[in-house]
Design a protein around this ligand. Structure first.
Ligand SMILES: [Zn+2]
Ligand SMILES: [Zn+2]
Length: 314
């Protein structure tokens, strides 16, 4: 795949790097961007240069989803290149750092965490860190073309089909080429880590449906949003589903041990499940528990508890 170049850009998260893919073509295209940080821009520009292109000549930026490590630099690249920016319509709200939009998002995170039983000082800490990250690591785009799934992107010698695969985020997409046997999977399937969905309503239920759909695709090589490319996507999907089952079973046994009282509070369950929850962990751990409770409820394993009234934070 000589015309597809992976450029790894550092990010200050445990996964350390995000993959951006530059496709050399008469319509030079970038899939995912990294965060809005000067170093990230330089690495990306150098990577595109090394591949024989020029960042100012990029014509099309496609984001696999609206998380800032995948789309935070889009506004800056658009500014210098005038490229079209394409992202699924359901992730549009994640791309803004307009103060009013951020206020609405922070209120949603605040009520999600509070309703999940997270103690007030932790809620305040998480929300203030999120506000700081969203304010600085996203360069707002000047405009975007919404995707809905089903679009076909033409290249000189192949096509990429967008497939809506909600779950990791509401607007996650994968890009598939049957002729090349490749799948750009964003964060839907990674080889090295399992990323739980983030506090969006019924995220795990949707994520599992998306995984089932991806398992049905003919794919020889997965090009993920983080980590190395890999083959045998069905083996990886089985492994991810096994991990989901293990965690759901653990949550179920916590619920069974302590009856239907206080243990139904997501934060209480998370405190039993995870050894420590400092800083941002409170958000990730509680989101995971809420997602699994929703899955258990969806599968009819548990009744709908009041503690699940927490909404999403899209
Ligand atoms: Zn993501
Ligand atoms: Zn990511």
């Amino acid at each position: 795949m000589t015309n597809i170049h992976r450029i790894q850009v550092a990010i200050p998260y445990p996964v350390k790097w995000v993959n951006c893919y530059y496709i050399e073509d008469s319509l030079p295209t970038l899939i995912d961007t990294g965060l809005n940080l000067p170093d990230s821009f330089e690495v990306l520009a150098k990577g595109i240069g090394d591949a024989g292109g020029d960042i100012s000549s990029v014509r099309r930026i496609i984001a696999t989803h609206g998380h800032m490590d995948h789309s935070g630099l889009a506004g800056k690249i658009q500014e210098i290149s005038g490229a079209d920016f394409l992202v699924h319509a359901s992730d549009q709200a994640k791309l803004s750092n307009d103060p009013d939009d951020l206020k609405t998002r922070m209120e949603a995170f605040h009520s999600f965490l509070s309703e999940a039983g997270v103690p007030d000082p932790s809620v305040k800490e998480v929300v203030s860190r999120l506000l700081e990250m969203f304010s600085s690591l996203i360069k707002p785009v000047s405009g975007f073309k919404p995707l809905y799934g089903g679009e076909v992107f033409g290249f000189d010698d192949f096509e990429l089909h967008s497939i809506h695969t909600p779950g990791h985020s509401p607007g996650s997409i994968c890009l598939h080429s049957e002729e090349k046997g490749i799948l750009f999977s964003g964060d839907c399937i990674l080889e090295e880590v399992i990323v739980d969905p983030m506090s969006d309503i019924r995220s795990l239920v949707e994520h599992q449906a998306s995984l089932d759909m991806i398992a049905g695709l003919p794919v020889r090589k997965v090009l993920p949003g983080h980590g190395a490319a890999f083959s045998d996507h069905r083996r990886r999907i089985r492994r991810i589903r096994d991990r989901h089952k293990t965690r759901s079973d653990k949550i179920l046994s916590i619920l069974e041990r302590s009856g239907n009282g206080k243990s139904r509070i997501p934060f209480s369950i998370a405190s039993e499940l995870f050894s420590s929850m400092s800083g941002m962990d409170a958000l990730y751990c509680v989101s995971s528990v809420v997602a699994h409770l929703e899955l258990l409820e969806f599968n009819g394993t548990i009744d709908s508890p009041a503690a699940l009234s927490c909404g999403g934070t899209a």
